[in-house]
Design a protein around this ligand. Structure first.
Ligand code: GDG
Length: 516
């Protein structure tokens, strides 16, 4: 994907079908007798016009697109998403080649009215749900649920979810085989309920829903007006299989239903919820990266060129690196305060370590995000003035979107800092250890989904604690080589074992095992 102001994947990996697809034998068996329908806010392609005025498709990047479009080789597949541009709207629907094997996927864009999309995306999904699910509300001041929010709910979020549901139902009804519907993320919480309401038993289909962002506790959901909360829970309880990034997210979901959907019966042990004569299985499927595609990109001349430039600039000192969207949930400002604390507490690092931050601008049209970027700039300025000298700049920030440059920087870090306040998974934490050449140490927030798998190799920190973060930086910078190597090897092993292909296999195998 090009710069995605949505939360979703913004990785620009080369187009490829996952190489080890064949390893997951049941993929093909499951898909052989199914028509696959994928739905997400952003689609796997976007369109522009060439000089002759013809529409040209551009494949979006990211492991998610790679993995899901790889399925098109084995199934008749359709991907439904919202049109993002005039060109998308003009194109509307058709087959698009995706993947090196030449397989094609039907892509269908829905085109909500601009006002409905504004309410759906810019008022409800982001910021309301995003902030709620990342526990970022300062409830003394925000949010205030006013008439504008209710209008955006009724005429935006609800109506765009209905549009999705209608488009999905059309595909289910037209499908020559039972449909497997894979819905993605917090934009589409209501769609499963609308689909079931519309189709009842008119067609055979399985609804699978994957939530990419954290699912907080029942108390947090208690802050949302009950009408919205109930609609969301009812929508999700219409899915057959509901996937979360971590076991804790799944448990939180069941607890939320227990607290806020009194008619639901829940079973924590079996990961199951019964609501209105329907049962939903709740599981965790930690998302990962496309290791093969990342390895290919890391070995490309483009990355090598950036690698040389960055080595020349930063090679002489130890390097602390962070790579994020400019997003408050990534906790970037506290990361710099922790660096300040490190230089204060351990002055031996002054002049010997540099902090490089690659920041991808995100949602800059939102005032809160603009302010956050200003805050980031402010704290960096303070640190550079406080400690910098004519031959040492403690912090360097590069703002912009350049994935090959990000991969080159990941090859070079001594310490990778991921200190998110909350993060569904955090893919940078998984990419770093795969491409890094320096036995770099991963400092990882305990509130990332990645912690569930990467804890054995990382230094885990509480994200609000800048003292603990500074001490973890010190520990990482002074760690004996043997321990660094051992941790780096462990992380690589953990990530390679469960890559994006495993993520998809686990979901399809669960569908097969549960006979859904
Ligand atoms: C959401 C959830 C969950 C970095 N610089 C550039 C660039 N990147 C890549 C990174 C990484 C991706 O963007 C960011 O992924 P994250 O997982 O770190 O974060 P979110 O964007 O917040 O993703 C998250 C994820 O969904 C998947 O479920 O893990 O918790 O919040 O791959 O390397 N990509 C491009 N240019 C850059 O300059 N194109």
């Amino acid at each position: 994907m090009t710069l995605d102001t949505d939360h979703s994947l913004i990785l620009d990996a080369p187009a490829a079908v996952p190489e080890d697809t064949a390893l997951c034998q049941s993929w093909q068996e499951i898909l052989l007798n199914r028509t696959l329908i994928i739905a997400s806010n952003r689609g796997p392609v976007s369109f522009t016009r060439d000089e002759a005025g013809e529409l040209q498709s551009h494949r979006s990047g990211g492991g998610l697109v790679t993995a899901l479009s790889g399925l098109a080789e084995y199934a008749d597949a359709c991907w439904i998403a919202t049109a993002q541009t005039e060109e998308d709207r003009a194109w509307r629907e058709g087959m698009v080649p995706l993947g090196e094997s030449g397989s094609a996927l039907r892509v269908k864009f829905i085109s909500p009215e601009a006002k409905a999309y504004e309410g759906f995306y810019h008022v409800i999904a982001n910021p309301l749900l995003w902030f709620l699910q990342h526990s970022m509300w300062d409830i003394v001041r925000a949010p205030t649920i006013n008439r504008k929010i209710w209008e955006s709910w009724d005429n935006g979020y609800v109506s765009v979810n209905r549009l999705f549901a209608e488009a999905i139902c059309e595909q289910i009804i037209a499908a020559p085989q039972p449909a497997l519907v894979m819905l993605q993320d917090y934009h589409l919480y209501l769609a499963p309920g609308f689909i079931r309401e519309k189709l009842r038993s008119r067609a055979k289909y399985t609804l699978m829903f994957f939530v990419h962002i954290p699912w907080p506790g029942a108390e947090d959901w208690g802050l949302l007006p009950s009408k919205m909360r109930r609609a969301i829970l009812e929508g999700l309880c219409a899915a057959d299989l509901l996937g979360f990034q971590t076991a804790e997210d799944g448990m939180n979901f069941i607890r939320t239903c227990e607290s806020h959907l009194p008619e639901a019966r829940v079973n924590f042990k079996r990961g199951r919820i019964w609501y209105r004569n329907h049962s939903t299985h709740v599981r965790d499927f930690p998302i990962s990266i496309d290791v093969a595609a990342l390895d290919r990109l890391a070995a490309s001349p483009e990355v090598a060129e950036f690698h040389d430039q960055l080595t020349e600039r930063y090679g002489r000192q130890q390097l602390i690196l962070r790579i994020d969207r400019t997003e408050p949930s990534k906790n970037i400002v506290r990361g710099f305060h922790a660096f300040d604390e490190l230089l204060e507490l351990h002055p031996e690092h002054r002049g010997n370590v540099r902090f490089l931050a690659l920041l991808v601008p995100s949602r800059i049209e939102v005032e809160e995000y603009q302010k956050y970027l200003d805050e980031i700039m402010g704290v960096i300025g303070q640190i550079n003035v406080k400690y910098g000298s004519s031959d040492w700049e403690p912090v360097r920030i590069l703002v912009g979107e350049d994935y090959p440059r990000a991969v080159a920087a990941l090859q070079l870090y001594d310490v990778l800092l991921v200190n998110s306040l909350a993060d569904g998974m955090n893919l940078v934490a998984k990419e770093g250890p795969i491409v890094n050449h320096c036995n770099g140490v991963l400092i990882l927030s305990e509130r990332t989904g990645a912690r569930q798998q990467l804890e054995p190799g990382a230094l885990i920190i509480p994200p609000l604690d800048i003292y603990a973060t500074a001490e973890a930086m010190h520990q990482a910078l002074t760690m004996p080589l043997a321990e660094r190597r051992e941790r780096a090897d462990r992380l690589r092993w953990l990530i390679e074992r469960d890559d994006i292909v495993a993520w998809l296999c686990q979901q399809l195998e669960t569908i097969a095992q549960l006979n859904l």
